[in-house]
Write a protein that binds this ligand. Structure first.
Ligand code: SF4
Ligand code: SF4
Length: 445
């Protein structure tokens, strides 16, 4: 399909763009507009550029891509918009339909990103050894030297990149099959273990499985599952995202078989549980991602309705019995893809407020992006740092020493923020809400 300057199956839909009434309510919540004050780095400005390209009044060029690439895809603008403009999908489509023309005017870091996504993130056989090397780098003490006495010898950009490198700890979570089978089974759920998540933050997965087991759910993790494809989709590589979506739908449907309930797709599974907000948001949109695939679209729609963020799922259960006290001061960072993309704000707060002794101190703007945004912190380090700086100032003003999150990308970014904060370095920790709930259960015996 061709429309204006865009080509391919993902040309943005004109009715979506026509919803914009140019009111500008989205501007004050947009981190890139706040940072630059430039209309073209605001949601309204980007929509204007996309509409011009759609109408054929402007080229879908490298210049357009540059403005789209500076967007964090945090979707705060969608929450603020009184006209329900589906900004996230318009930008994803515009990016894909520009790249379908062969436009590749991105800096080299974006090409590296595409290569990394296809050849490393989506391939466990490459990803796992890469993380093993990172683990060795951290444990051997070399990282401490590089971040300490040797830091001034490194060129600036390399030093910045190294400072953002993850420091995986503990044994990676690579389990599959039946993870827990409680005696008093109330239900059965399937669990997305994801690509990077289990390598980087195995403790989040362990805590998730323990909490679900405590609530009486058998947890299964299909061996054939794959990366959710969110980062591919955001980057405009929608074909790779579609391949991953098909693999996941098939894998999770198979996980339902043999559960002894109904036959058929997803049989016996109460929900597909995801503990990474970005992955959950992407999987809830598989129906749209595969909308042009006649063979898969109905199955994708059905699958999408079974996906639940773990906090959304737990808050819907009778979870408050047996909680022990945690004497901590906590602030909650609303993951963008939980609050803005999935509309889930109450569940994490409900869980945190139920924990005895835990004091929740809200930030002024808890749902403002932290600047992580998948690969954004690597591809757009300057803007990412600016956005993180504002976030850390907000965190510091709360007096909390635990930052609760619901997404591993936010955890990684906020850990970097804590390391760089004079007030919080060495004093504060970043934890998933589910880890705090798990710690409370353990404190309660
Ligand atoms: S998604 Fe976030 S960064 Fe992008 S335009 Fe909307 S508010 Fe701004
Ligand atoms: S708030 Fe919505 S309608 Fe108003 S300018 Fe932004 S996108 Fe357009």
């Amino acid at each position: 399909m061709t429309s204006g300057a865009f080509v391919g199956p993902d040309v943005p839909a004109l009715p979506d763009l026509q919803n914009c009434i140019h009111c500008g309510f989205c501007l004050p919540v947009c981190p890139t507009y706040i940072a630059t004050g430039q209309e073209l780095e605001s949601p309204r400005g980007r929509l204007h550029l996309i509409r011009a390209a759609l109408d054929g009044r402007a080229e879908a060029s490298g210049r357009l891509l540059a403005h789209l690439d500076l967007c964090l895809q945090c979707r705060a603008c969608e929450t603020a918009c009184p006209s329900n403009v589906p900004y996230g999908r318009i930008v994803e489509d515009a990016r894909a339909a520009t790249m379908a023309r062969g436009v590749r005017a991105r800096p080299r870091s974006w090409s590296m990103r595409a290569l990394t996504l296809r050849q490393v993130i989506a391939r466990p056989r490459v990803l796992r050894p890469a993380f093993a090397l990172l683990r060795l780098y951290g444990r051997s003490g070399v990282q401490r030297l590089v971040r300490g006495p040797l830091a001034r010898l490194l060129p600036g950009r390399l030093r910045e990149a190294e400072a953002q490198a993850p420091a995986p700890s503990g044994r990676p979570f690579r389990r599959s099959g039946v993870l827990t089978a409680p005696e008093q089974r109330r239900g059965r759920v399937a669990f997305l273990t994801g690509c990077v998540h289990g390598e980087l933050y195995p403790s989040m997965h362990e805590a998730t499985v323990r909490v679900l087991a405590r609530l009486g759910f058998e947890v299964v993790a299909p061996l054939a599952q794959a990366c959710c494809g969110a980062l591919h989709s955001h980057g405009g590589d929608v074909e790779a995202a579609r391949d991953l979506a098909r693999r996941n739908i098939a894998a999770f449907d198979d996980a339902g078989e043999g559960a002894g309930v109904d036959a058929g797709e997803g049989a016996g599974i109460d929900a597909v549980i995801v503990n990474a907000a970005g992955c959950g948001a992407a999987m809830k949109e598989y129906g749209r991602l595969l909308r042009n695939d006649v063979e898969w679209r109905d199955r994708a729609e059905r699958f999408a309705t079974s996906v639940r963020d773990v906090l959304e799922f737990v808050a819907g259960q009778d979870f408050a019995a047996g909680l022990g006290a945690l004497d901590i001061n906590v602030t909650l960072q609303d993951a963008c893809h939980l609050a803005h993309a999935q509309g889930i704000r109450d569940a994490p707060r409900e869980i945190l407020r139920a924990i005895p002794g835990l004091r929740l101190h809200e930030m002024a703007t808890p749902d403002r992006c932290c600047g992580s945004a998948g690969f954004y912190s690597v591809a757009q380090p300057e803007m990412s740092r600016t956005v993180l700086g504002a976030k850390m100032a907000d965190v510091e003003s709360t007096g909390a020493t635990v930052i609760a999150t619901a997404n591993p990308g936010c955890t990684l970014q906020l850990e970097n923020g804590v390391r760089g904060s004079e007030l919080l370095a060495g004093r504060a920790a970043v934890q998933h809400v589910i880890e705090l709930l798990d710690a409370s259960y353990r404190a309660g015996g």
